[in-house]
Design a protein around this ligand. Structure first.
Ligand code: PLP
Length: 452
């Protein structure tokens, strides 16, 4: 329509999009999403899409929830803004802090609020450096993270990230950030069993610590399941070994729960699903189901007590740390999740049904592996199922599959040639059926394009 064209023209002329090749987008024009309800998105041409990604892995309670809108509206009227500097707080931030201490992994009990996952991780880097400085171990400076990790885009978060495409444009990583192999068994495990490969990649941490000297290493930073790096599910042996190594060498373990938090893997946090023992966690996305920008860094006693008991003022914090409207919406979101048992469902019936349907795609000639946990799923497209050989990257198989999905009413993300799903936790079985019906149809379409 003319209205759609108008928006597309304004957008093409003046809007820089995240992670986009702009001249390519300008050719087709951006799709204009105007409203959303439940697990469905609607565009300005009246077309409906089922959102297999919950936005960017974040809309746990689905779109259009009155409870969240009402909570935000009430806070906007009563206290649209105040800060938490200068010895003040507000009811929403206080209540949210308390609530988080009840659902986060054991021992995590103090929370610093930020506005995005990236800011949370940047804050965590500063908290960790401050902690070691207070501990009179100022040499413990180096952060070890993993290849294919995604921790955000601010300068420290992007340095922690291990997606190589993110580094050269901004001359990253900064000094003091190093990356080890990740437990991507399907792509890199070769002849090893998943368990052997899990141990090998966990021990890469020990090797790196020994190489750098434990006295120089501040922390290991990792996602329970690597999300944007291609949905890398850790083998069963991986995290126990990481816990052991971090303790043995006195390295802090900072777990990035931005995707895995709030039910995604079937427990409140991925740390609980995998038996991880974090000193600190970062959370965002599902904390407010994406309805408001809010993130939190959760500290366990070891780090939290040291910061808390320091005599000097802690020089860090944002204008919007603990924003009352964002906290009110996050609180309402957590109440909906509890009332509707969304975490239990992701770890129980809904998750089991989703995983069953996901596994059924494994019979497709183009599908090398399906893998998932809770309400996360990946479908890795390959040229040769026996050798796991991929199509040449110039063929853009994943990207083209995503375009088929978009044209057929499904949002499914492509990470290279791995198709990824992460639907709202409120999804029903018939909606799961719809996602997998469309996913198979679109994998058939790309198979036809490739002459398979
Ligand atoms: N950490 C993880 C694990 C993420 O997946 C993301 C975003 O996808 C981030 C951090 C960055 O969060 P944000 O985009 O809110 O800055």
């Amino acid at each position: 329509s003319n209205q759609t064209k108008r928006w597309q023209e304004m957008d093409a002329a003046h809007h820089l999009h995240p992670f986009t090749t702009h001249h390519q987008l300008a050719k087709t024009g951006a799709r204009v999403i105007t409203h959303a309800k439940g697990v469905y998105l609607y565009d300005s041409e009246g077309r409906k899409l089922i959102d297999g990604m919950a936005g960017l892995w974040c809309v746990q309670v689905g779109y259009g929830r009155e409870e969240l809108a009402e909570a935000g509206y009430k806070a906007l009227k009563e206290l649209p803004y105040y800060n938490a500097f200068f010895q003040t707080t507000n009811p929403y931030t206080a209540e949210l802090s308390q609530k988080l201490s009840e659902v986060t992994p054991k021992g995590i009990d103090r929370f610093f609020f930020a506005n995005s996952g990236s800011e949370g991780n940047d804050s965590a880097v500063k908290i960790i450096r401050y902690f070691w400085n207070l501990q009179k171990k100022p040499n413990k400076k180096i952060f070890i993270a993993r290849k294919k990790a995604y921790h955000g885009v601010t300068i420290a978060a992007a340095s922690l990230s291990g997606l190589t495409s993110m580094h050269p444009q901004a001359d990253l990583p900064m000094p003091g950030f190093v990356h080890i192999d990740c437990p991507y068994w399907y792509g890199e495990g070769g002849d090893m069993s998943p368990d052997e490969f899990g141990l090998k990649t966990a021990r890469a941490l020990e090797e790196k610590i020994l190489e750098l000297g434990a006295d120089n290493v501040a922390a290991f930073v990792a996602e329970p399941v690597q999300g944007a790096g291609g949905l890398i599910i850790p083998p069963a042996t991986y995290w126990g070994e990481i816990n052991r190594i971090c303790k043995k060498y006195d390295i802090l373990l900072h777990v990035d729960e931005v995707i895995c938090g709030f039910g995604r893997t079937g427990n409140w946090f991925g740390s609980q699903t995998y038996g991880i023992e974090p000193d600190m966690i970062n959370m965002a996305k599902g904390l407010s189901s994406g309805y408001q920008p809010i993130a939190a860094v959760g500290l366990g006693g070891r780090v939290g007590d040291v910061i808390f008991n320091s005599d000097e003022e802690w020089s860090h914090g944002f204008t919007y740390s603990g924003h009352p409207v964002a906290c009110a919406v996050a609180l309402a979101n957590l109440e909906v999740m509890q009332k509707e048992h969304l975490v239990e469902k992701a770890g129980g019936s809904t998750g089991a049904y989703f995983q069953k349907k996901l596994a059924e795609l494994g019979d497709h000639p183009l599908v090398g592996e399906t893998r998932g946990v809770g309400l996360l799923g990946a479908i890795e497209l390959v040229k040769n199922k026996a050798t796991r050989e991929k199509y040449p990257s110039e063929l853009d198989v994943g990207y083209r599959c995503r375009v088929h999905c978009f044209d057929n009413g499904l949002v499914m993300r492509a990470i290279g040639d791995t198709m990824v799903l992460s639907p709202p936790l409120v999804i029903s079985e018939s909606e799961i059926d719809e996602i997998f019906y469309l996913a198979r149809k679109c994998i058939d379409l790309i198979a036809r394009d490739l002459g398979v």
